[in-house]
Design a protein around this ligand. Structure first.
Ligand code: BGC
Length: 468
């Protein structure tokens, strides 16, 4: 994997990009570590802190709500203090909050610490892809931005392994599980102080020479002037924050929000948070369910790597659509398994296979493509708030789906729950097919010009007609 990035960054003649990708994408690692760690830690927290069911739900949910707020703040911070310093801040807050979790003495303190942790995770989830997209040459942008998703899934797997390794060390085990997150938090904060500002942010501030200096480290020398000109042109053409609801941006906002919401409502985090529970439904013992969960984490990682290798070569749409078809089929199979007594008796491996196909399909499609596309499709002037709105929607629906899953399985049943997600999968496929544009191999400016051009031309035409 690393070799691939070094090779691609070398082909661009810019190995520095590789260093930027690793440090910047630590934000993704924090996101993934928290997503993966809590299900295991909770088993021990509930006993040690005497947390009620409601308190346990609040411990899990506080992070998701915090993350949605974090994304709100991040949109503002990324513009006001720069993408770079927002990431330093996010790493610092994460470190303090991870230690806060580890030293919590009661459920209330833990809920508060998890909320603060969420602020940091939400901020990082938003600003990491944005920063990476703005630093990468278009030829390798897909791979570089999706490095963030790779770090998310690495974080999830790391958390599964940490949980597995620490579960036997005694009553303080959950403190170590949560507290260990401080290490990547500190690495992010410290590492980002050595990273450059985003060239787009610099151009917006009129610091063109500084932007060129950064671009010389990330782009070919002959592309530097063109890149700055292109950023300036788009910055001059595009309007204010109010344009977020304007006709010219609306089509892309619909695409971004569609991707954000569908990424969650096809049920990904029911699998990530509840894989052991789902496997236990199928009759697996607790310990083999934990082992199989690690297998799911590995699948997620392997297929994310494959997607990253191919997204710039084959395009985003094909992965998005094929991946969503794959996960929809897996959901139908999972539903069929729970609906049929004879499948449960005679084909007990089917549920695990369906889960693996589901994760592999998500990892190659909606997982990386959502985060990548929201960093590509919006005009520079409103990129911050637009990405923030999509990120907020993503965390909000993450919260809603995670908190309705167990209730759904107990009210409408497991089969109907997975079939419900499958129906959503079908709607998602149609939406992606009709609305999502191809963005690979095109500069961010070209994509924006295409998307906003016609409606802007239409508006100009209407104005001319009125004044005539
Ligand atoms: C999603 C997360 C999910 C993860 C799983 C990310 O792209 O935003 O909600 O837990 O992928 O790999």
């Amino acid at each position: 994997m690393a070799a691939f990035f070094v090779t691609d960054a070398r082909r661009e003649g810019k190995p520095f990009l590789f260093v930027v990708a690793i440090i910047a994408a630590l934000g993704g690692f924090l996101f993934g570590y928290d997503t993966g760690v809590i299900s295991g830690a909770l088993l021990f927290i509930s006993g040690d802190l005497h947390a009620s069911t409601f308190e346990q739900e609040a411990i899990v949910g506080a992070l998701l709500i915090g993350a949605a707020f974090g994304a709100v703040i991040a949109g503002y911070l990324a513009d006001a203090i720069s993408r770079r310093w927002t990431k330093v801040l996010s790493g610092t807050v994460y470190t303090v909050a991870a230690l806060g979790c580890a030293f919590s003495q009661n459920p209330d303190q833990l809920i508060a610490a998890r909320f603060v942790l969420g602020l940091s995770v939400g901020t990082a989830s938003f600003v990491s892809p944005m920063y990476l997209a703005e630093l990468s040459p278009k030829r390798i942008r897909g791979g570089l931005v999706s490095f963030n998703q790779l770090m998310i899934v690495t974080g999830i797997l790391a958390a599964y392994i940490v949980n597995f390794g620490l579960k036997g060390i005694g009553a303080d085990n959950w403190r170590w599980m949560l507290g260990l997150g401080a290490v990547p938090g500190l690495m992010l904060a410290a590492g980002m102080t050595f990273m450059p500002y985003s060239p787009r942010w610099l151009v917006e501030r009129g610091r063109e020479d500084d932007a060129k200096q950064v671009l010389r480290r990330t782009h070919q020398e002959q592309d530097v002037d063109d890149e700055v000109e292109s950023i300036k042109k788009v910055a001059a053409e595009t309007g204010s924050i109010r344009d977020l609801l304007g006709a010219s941006v609306r089509p892309m906002l619909i695409v971004g929000l569609g991707l954000a919401i569908f990424q969650q409502i096809v049920g990904i985090n029911t699998i990530i948070y509840y894989a052991p529970t789902i496997l236990a439904f199928t009759g697996s013992s607790a310990s083999s369910a934990i082992g199989q969960t690690v297998a799911i984490g590995v699948t997620n990682l392997v297929f994310t790597v494959i997607a990253i290798l191919l997204l710039d070569r084959l395009g985003r749409r094909v992965f998005l659509i094929a991946g969503t078809v794959g996960l929809t089929i897996a959901l139908v199979a999972l539903g069929a398994f729970f609906a049929s007594g004879s499948l449960q008796a005679n084909a007990s491996g089917l549920a695990l296979i369906a889960l693996v196909v589901y994760i592999a399909s998500f990892a190659m499609g909606l997982g990386p493509v959502f985060w990548l596309m929201i960093s590509e499709i919006f005009p520079l002037e409103i990129r911050g708030p637009a990405m923030a709105v999509c990120t907020i929607a993503n965390w909000t629906f993450n919260f809603i789906v995670s908190f309705t899953f167990l209730t759904l399985t107990s009210t409408i049943g497991k089969a109907a729950t997975f079939w419900l997600y499958a129906v959503i999968g079908v709607i998602a496929i149609l939406f992606f097919y009709r609305r999502v544009p191809e963005t690979s191999e095109r500069s961010l400016e070209d994509i924006q010009r295409d998307v906003t051009g016609p409606s802007r031309r239409r508006r100009r035409g209407r104005r001319e007609l009125r004044s005539a």
